[in-house]
Design a protein around this ligand. Structure first.
Ligand code: COA
Length: 148
């Protein structure tokens, strides 16, 4: 498996959008095609590849020079539960730390809180609804003893 950054608008970005659509949108009766993705040009896109095939993706949107918000985390249905989600987040954290980002936040689907919890993310605040389903904010500071 290879962890790589994905260039906005590239062929790999098209694969990323297809994976996000299948895993995050279609099950909710939504489509990524209805969304304007222009803002994502300034965000960092990452993928975990098996050869040329994209198996997991995630976006890191910079909030400041040291903070990012993770978005659109998705693992292909055929490989969920085999460690790909864990692998892409671990690679991403290492990459972000090298680029000076130390504070990570995200809005986690309640169904995925246990996944992020195992990676050292903590919940903050109360549950809220986003894209019609319950979420909670989670965060992690990189470079601390429990995260390296
Ligand atoms: C949630 C998701 C990202 C997890 O990725 P994954 O590749 O399936 O997870 P991994 O196989 O890397 O699991 C890593 C660990 O987390 C656990 N885990 C995985 N999914 C979990 C979940 N939904 N709830 C609780 N624990 C979970 C695994 O059991 C494993 O534990 P272990 O290290 O003790 O064996 C993936 O299943 C997915 O894309 N789901 C659908 C979309 C989604 O919910 N995205 C997140 C939106 S916030």
């Amino acid at each position: 498996m290879n962890f790589r950054e994905i260039e906005f608008g590239s062929e790999k970005f098209r694969q990323e959008c297809e994976l996000r659509n299948q895993i995050l949108r279609v099950p909710l009766g939504l489509s990524l095609d209805d969304q304007d993705l222009t803002d994502e040009r300034d965000q960092m896109h990452f993928g975990l590849f098996d050869g040329d095939s994209l198996v997991a993706c995630v976006i890191a949107a910079p909030l400041s020079a040291t903070e990012v918000k993770l978005r659109q985390m998705a693992v292909a249905a055929t490989v969920q539960g085999t460690g790909c989600g864990n692998a892409i987040i671990r690679c991403l954290e290492e990459h972000l730390l090298k680029r000076g980002f130390i504070h990570i936040s995200l809005n986690a689907r309640m169904s995925a809180v246990g996944f992020y919890g195992k990676l050292g993310y903590s919940t903050i605040g109360v549950e809220f609804i986003e894209v019609g389903i319950p979420h909670v904010k989670m965060q992690k500071n990189l470079g601390q003893a429990d995260s390296v």
